[in-house]
Design a protein around this ligand. Structure first.
Ligand SMILES: [Cu+2]
Length: 502
């Protein structure tokens, strides 16, 4: 309906204008064409001059009025080290183009006023001036050379890759419709390799190569997790995409790079302003002192709710907007804490280990062997320090036997070798090796089995050179359960080998 009314008004306006011009034509015929035309020319030329003044004033004043909303001005100084050089480039370009913009408009409208048609005035025939040619070729050439050289310098600075041996954090961003998968390198600080052939939407959406040891501790942030990076440390982002073009854009850091399927790109930048510091800057401006959510007048103010954002700057499909992700810049200590928490849950260990996709399914991995050694060492030390008899017992969690037999399972050697090291480091400590079974089957048989299992462990340690008078082996059968014998899990806990410090 509204559109219909507007359309009607516009049609009427057009009709009125046509009628007015007809009336003018008629009055011109009555008064004489020449005088009317001269008057019209004078008036139009004056209107153009007025337009020029209003237009230039509005251009400059509106830019001034909105400057605090624009990147590079007011609170929005760059939050990264290289950002200032890009902002400088924009400013120097604005300076030169601004001069040209104002001068050409003044000339354009002034000339149309000065040289408006006048009876008796003839156009000047002015075919050539070498001087003018030199000026308007030379000046732009010099200005453009300055701009291009500045641009090249900034480009070289901004796109410089990390030097070998330099200290930096490398993370990886993989764009897809419609999110980013962010991978952190884990404890070793190195990202594992990827291969698109390994992509499997169910088990390996990023195509990470699990045979590369560097992959095993990599951390993949879950969809809603914010990215965290420390202030003052160089960050190299590996940027890729899985389906269509995306663009890794951190506006506050002046970081922007295409994410292209099949063509990895990168961006290196150093954050210099933490999220907290940026908020402090914003709170000085009154447009940031209003509630962030209009429907919640008592809620946080705009500056308090501010977060850096990672956006996709490529129109990649209908869910494009949902690729927004929060980035938090924190002090290095806070980053270390956050990182330690993330590193404690590597993607491989929590999602791949033990599944069909795990290439090491039947072996122990380096970090697991290391973890077990630490675990046993800690348990042993606290048992050694304790005066309580019950706490003198250490469960050898990773000692296993073949079903129904006293033959040690192959993987038990790691735990027992760790124990050998510990015993060598504590040469006066004597221990009792204690075998236990669950309550399945005959109690007498269980007692015998547990006894021969304890002896099996004893023999292994003797074979490793531990003195025989430091070791006792006892079988307790099913007599000392630590869990219920009614569940499979409980029974598994009850079948165990322990040591007791004597
Ligand atoms: Cu996108």
């Amino acid at each position: 309906m509204t559109y219909l009314v507007i359309f009607g008004i516009l049609t009427l306006l057009a009709y009125i204008l046509i009628q007015i011009s007809k009336v003018r034509d008629l009055s011109a015929k009555i008064r004489g064409e020449a005088t009317v035309e001269a008057k019209n020319n004078d008036r139009s030329a004056l209107y153009l001059l007025v337009f020029m003044v209003v237009f230039l004033l509005l251009s400059v004043l509106s830019a001034w009025y909105y400057k605090d909303v624009m990147l590079g001005y007011g609170p929005h100084e760059a939050a990264s080290m290289h950002g200032d050089s890009l902002d400088f480039l924009f400013n120097i370009t604005l300076f030169f183009t601004g001069i040209v913009f104002i001068l050409t408009h003044i000339y354009l409208f002034w000339f149309s006023y000065k040289y408006r048609a006048k009876t008796g005035r003839k156009a000047l025939y002015f075919p050539h001036s070498t001087m003018l040619e030199v000026i308007w070729t030379g000046v732009p050439a010099v200005v453009l050379v300055v701009l291009v050289v500045q641009g090249l310098l900034a480009w070289n600075e901004v796109m410089a890759d990390v030097e070998p041996g330099e200290d930096y954090i490398e993370i990886e961003a993989t764009g897809y419709q419609f999110a980013w998968d962010i991978r952190y390198p884990g404890a070793d600080g190195k990202l594992g390799t990827k291969n698109y052939r390994l992509i499997d939407m169910a088990t390996n959406p990023l195509g990470i190569d699990w045979t590369d040891e560097k992959s095993l501790d990599d951390v993949v942030l879950s969809g809603s997790d914010k990215l965290v990076l420390p202030r003052g440390k160089k960050v190299r982002v590996r940027i890729t995409a899985k389906d269509v073009l995306h663009n890794f854009y951190l506006p506050h850091f002046r970081v922007k790079m295409d994410a292209i399927p099949g063509l990895p790109t990168y961006f290196v930048f150093t954050p210099k302003t933490t999220t907290e510091e940026y908020r402090d800057r914003l709170r000085e401006y009154k447009e940031w002192q209003i509630p962030a959510d209009e429907t919640e007048p008592d809620g946080p103010l705009r500056w308090e709710a501010f977060e850096y954002e990672l956006a996709c700057a490529e129109l990649c499909g209908k869910g494009h907007y949902s690729m927004k992700r929060i980035l938090s810049i924190v002090e290095p200590e806070e980053y270390e804490e956050w990182l330690a928490e993330k590193n404690a849950a590597p993607y491989f260990r929590d999602n791949i280990r033990g599944t069909d996709a795990d290439p090491y399914k039947d072996q122990l991995l380096g970090y697991e062997i290391k973890n077990r050694a630490t675990e046993l060492k800690t348990d042993f030390a606290s048992a050694l320090a304790s005066t309580d008899a019950a706490e003198k017992i250490v469960n050898l969690r990773h000692v296993f036997f073949q079903t129904g037999s006293a033959n040690l399972d192959e993987k038990s050697q790691y735990e027992l070798d760790n124990l050998t090291t510990i015993l060598n480091n504590n040469p006066t400590t004597r221990i009792e090796l204690r075998g236990h079974t669950d309550s399945t089957g005959d109690a007498g048989a269980n007692l015998t089995l547990s006894n021969s299992r304890a002896i099996g462990v004893q023999n292994y340690l003797l074979g490793k050179g531990i003195n025989a008078n430091r070791l006792i082996a006892t079988g307790y059968g099913q007599n000392l359960p630590i869990d219920s014998n009614d569940t499979a899990e409980g029974r598994q806990n009850n079948r165990r080998t322990e040591l007791k410090i004597l």
